[in-house]
Design a protein around this ligand. Structure first.
Ligand SMILES: Cc1cc2nc3c(=O)[nH]c(=O)nc-3n(C[C@H](O)[C@H](O)[C@H](O)COP(=O)(O)OP(=O)(O)OC[C@H]3O[C@@H](n4cnc5c(N)ncnc54)[C@H](O)[C@@H]3O)c2cc1C
Length: 316
């Protein structure tokens, strides 16, 4: 049976959340296409492959000293070997720094079409249709590939994470990795210990309407704690140093899809909306009734956030 193959991401022996999201995506796409979900894991010794096998029925493991660290050459050669050893219909890759680095190279090696930065996939007439934001998130476009096989990259948070369950089988695949033309000299964590807001179920985001960093801390953080969520921000808040970059939502920040997104003092610029419009329920608080954020809000509160939020806190 044809396979929908994900390329697992892992770092320091730990399976990344993006891999669990792709497992979910592969399962639903494979079931709609009458195919089987599977994962490819590239590593030095195969230990991570056993871990990934907890989430998906079939794992193909390529093990080579040259795959100890990520490289575009290594991952492309390994992925090509897995695709050629199996009946693979499509390859799903995380739209991460690594994923965007090798996805197009893999599509070229497989001589197939690629759709990058997707946030949804459906099946129409037996073929996958990929959805992605375009024009800074102002509109969404649907894309199909013309080739039989495809490669697609998915934004983080586009799918829920697969929960563990059932032990999948791990099959080793031989691959000639060849020369890797890049050397990783050092990995510097610039945001060590940073929060990952892309998985939060509830987010309270503050914008420039907060006026200054102290008010952001006094108003947004307590509300986020009260509703059991994470606090986040628009870009001006991050640029002004009121909170850390890992909490920025939008085109140049994180994409989030929580159950509840409270936007306070945020105008709703397209670059911000691009990162949060997939939220299930959006509550906007803004004193300007014409603020664009109200166009996408589920509930809109026209008012001064310094009066509205204390009233919410009191009633919660
Ligand atoms: C290439 C590029 C990438 C970008 N990436 C991002 C990104 O990732 N994320 C992002 O957020 N932006 C991004 N931006 C910036 C974006 O264009 C906007 O400038 C930004 O989103 C505006 O932030 P804001 O809504 O907090 O501020 P503003 O647009 O200044 O809005 C402040 C809002 O607060 C309201 N307000 C003021 N006082 C109160 C009050 N007391 N009570 C209630 N409401 C009040 C005002 O009515 C206003 O609507 C990007 C821009 C570019 C060009």
């Amino acid at each position: 049976m044809a396979k929908i193959l994900i390329i697992a991401e892992h770092f320091d022996g730990k399976v990344e959340d993006s891999t669990l999201e792709l497992c979910k995506a592969a399962k639903s796409l494979a079931s709609a296409l009458g195919a089987e979900p599977a994962a490819a894991v590239f590593s030095k010794d195969g230990a991570v492959a056993n871990e990934v096998a907890k989430y998906i029925p079939a794992v193909f493991s390529v093990e080579d000293a040259n795959l100890e660290k990520y490289s575009a050459d290594g991952y492309t050669a390994a992925a090509k070997a897995v695709v050629e050893s199996q009946d693979v219909k499509g390859v799903l890759i995380a739209h991460s720094y690594y994923g965007v680095d090798f996805a197009a190279k893999l599509a070229l090696a497989l001589d197939c079409g690629i759709v990058s930065n997707c946030n949804k996939v459906a099946v129409e007439g037996g073929a996958p249709v990929f959805t992605r934001n375009t024009y800074n998130g102002k509109i969404q476009e649907n894309k199909k590939v013309k080739t039989d096989k495809f490669v697609a990259t998915f934004e983080k948070g586009a799918f829920d994470m697969e929960a563990a369950g059932g032990a999948g089988a791990v099959t080793k695949v031989a691959a000639t990795i060849g020369a890797v033309r890049t050397t990783v000299k050092e990995i510097v964590e610039t945001m060590a210990g940073a929060v990952d807001i892309s998985q939060a179920k509830v987010i309270v985001a503050g914008g420039r309407g907060l006026k200054d960093g102290d008010k952001y801390k006094d108003v947004i953080i307590p509300l986020a704690k009260k509703v059991g969520g994470e606090y986040a921000a628009s870009r001006p808040v991050v640029d002004s140093g009121w909170t850390e970059a890992a909490r920025q939502v939008g085109q140049s920040g994180k994409s989030v899809t929580p159950d509840l997104y409270i936007a306070a003092g945020i105008s709703g610029a397209i670059q911000h909306v691009a990162g949060m419009k997939g939220s299930k329920c959006i509550v906007a608080i803004n004193k300007d009734p014409e603020a664009p954020i109200f166009n996408i809000a589920t509930y809109g509160i026209v008012g001064d956030l310094f009066e509205v939020i204390p009233a919410m806190m009191e009633n919660l």
